[in-house]
Write a protein that binds this ligand. Structure first.
Ligand SMILES: Nc1ncnc2c1ncn2[C@@H]1O[C@H](COP(=O)(O)OP(=O)(O)OP(=O)(O)O)[C@@H](O)[C@H]1O
Length: 400
């Protein structure tokens, strides 16, 4: 049973809807099995199916120089050469990245670093000057208006900082908007609206109008509207930035829960490293249109590549940020394996538990087991190895 996020109480709560379907995801194990069986082509296909977004050498120059740069590119100049000759300042400068199914990929950077331009190239709102974007295998730049509409209607959905809801319409009308555009049957639409409102904790609120809701509730409606179409890619452009810190944290937690349950693939833009670290599987830091460094939050904190990244991660509480699984995976020689442990033999902590929880159990024995609920694997390490790893992370942070 899918667990709905904590419902917002209403005077008269509507009865809960049918259980929302869990979407199928191509299991990593299947790709591994095919590879092991020597079926290289099938394995390559399986891993391509895992890739939801591929961005290759994306470049964007706004304004008059763009046409001249395009002409230079057509004559065989590289993007760097063309931009140099025209003395242009690109909003995006040869950015490449790849997003896998089921991950939350965070893009962050200071204002003007190119985050929104990148997102607008992904959803086809603007055309890049150079490079390619493909979403679920479809090259966005090659789509005509009809194919682009299809891609936006069926494959991706957006959640905006400004909510972008229709303020005088009901919650229900807002949530079913994408389904109505797809001309889906009204009964199926109503059923789906009931399901997603339950998922975001708003069952019972469907007849309220948007202007009657708080900011946090409006963003739940925005999320429900995006989930209603069951997109392969959810793009969230600073979705929680306008909310107060408590609501923001609650919605981050709820997004994480939904992501785990629905295995959503999310491209998430934020200014805030603490937010990126809480929710991101990987984080890309951008500056002046360039990709400066990509990695997990732990990578970026432990090994910032320059002062710009160091400034982003400077005030991060490492203990809050890291989870038990990430910490033990960084211990030299540690390994997650399928080995079963005798019941009660060791203290066990979930891999996604915060580090504080791991530290809390260390006094109960000389070894601790960290269990990854998704893969069913566990990693056993000694308590002294855990302390050494924490020490080395702090030392790295100080040195750099
Ligand atoms: N339509 C446009 N015309 C001209 N320049 C633009 C346009 N859109 C963006 N830019 C420029 O491109 C660069 C990147 O802007 P972009 O909005 O992508 O940054 P951002 O990281 O999303 O910033 P913010 O966090 O403030 O939204 C900036 O220098 C901006 O001025």
């Amino acid at each position: 049973m899918l667990q709905a996020i904590r419902p917002i109480p209403t005077p008269a709560c509507a009865p809960s809807g049918a259980e929302p379907p869990l979407r199928s995801v191509l299991p990593q194990a299947e790709a591994r099995r095919l590879r092991d069986a020597g079926d290289a082509q099938a394995a390559a296909d399986a891993s391509a199916a895992q890739e939801i977004v591929r961005i290759s050498n994306l470049g964007k120059v706004f304004g008059k120089p763009e046409a001249r740069i395009r002409r230079r590119l057509a004559r065989g100049e590289s993007f760097g050469e063309a931009v140099g000759h025209e003395q242009a300042r690109p909003a995006l400068d040869q950015v490449s990245l790849s997003m896998s199914r089921g991950e939350i990929y965070v893009i962050m950077g200071l204002s003007g670093s190119g985050k929104s331009t990148l997102v607008r190239c992904v959803n086809g709102l603007i055309s890049p000057t150079a490079g390619q974007v493909s979403v679920c295998g479809t090259p966005v730049g090659e789509c005509g208006p009809a194919a682009l509409r299809e891609l936006r209607m069926r494959r991706m959905a957006m959640v905006f900082q400004s909510f972008a809801l229709l303020p005088h319409m009901t919650v229900e009308k807002n949530v079913e908007f994408g389904l109505a555009l797809r001309k889906e049957d009204p009964a199926a639409r109503r059923r789906r609206v009931g399901e997603v409102l339950e998922m975001v904790g708003l069952d019972g609120w469907k007849s309220h109008r948007i202007h009657q809701l708080s900011g946090g509730m409006k963003q739940r409606v925005g999320l429900a509207r995006a989930l209603a179409t069951d997109p392969e890619l959810l793009i969230m452009d600073e979705p929680f930035s306008a909310l107060d810190p408590l609501i923001r944290r609650t919605l981050q937690d709820e997004l994480l829960r939904l992501q785990r349950e629905l295995k959503m693939t999310i491209l998430f833009v934020t200014h805030d490293f603490a937010e990126a670290a809480r929710i991101g599987s990987r984080i890309l830091i951008m500056k002046d249109g360039r990709a400066v460094q990509e990695g997990t939050a732990t990578d970026l904190v432990a090994r910032p590549c320059n002062d710009y990244v160091r400034a982003f991660v400077a005030n991060v509480d490492r203990m809050q940020m890291m989870c038990a699984g990430e910490l033990v995976a960084g211990i030299p020689g540690s390994q997650f394996t399928g080995a079963r442990l005798p019941r009660g033999a060791l203290v066990e902590v979930a891999a996604d538990a915060p580090l504080s929880q791991l530290l809390g159990v260390l006094r109960h024995g000389a070894f601790v087991s960290v269990a990854d609920g998704r893969s069913g694997q566990r990693c056993v390490v000694s308590c002294s190895e855990v302390f050494d790893r924490i020490g080395s992370l702090y030392a790295l942070g100080r040195e750099e």
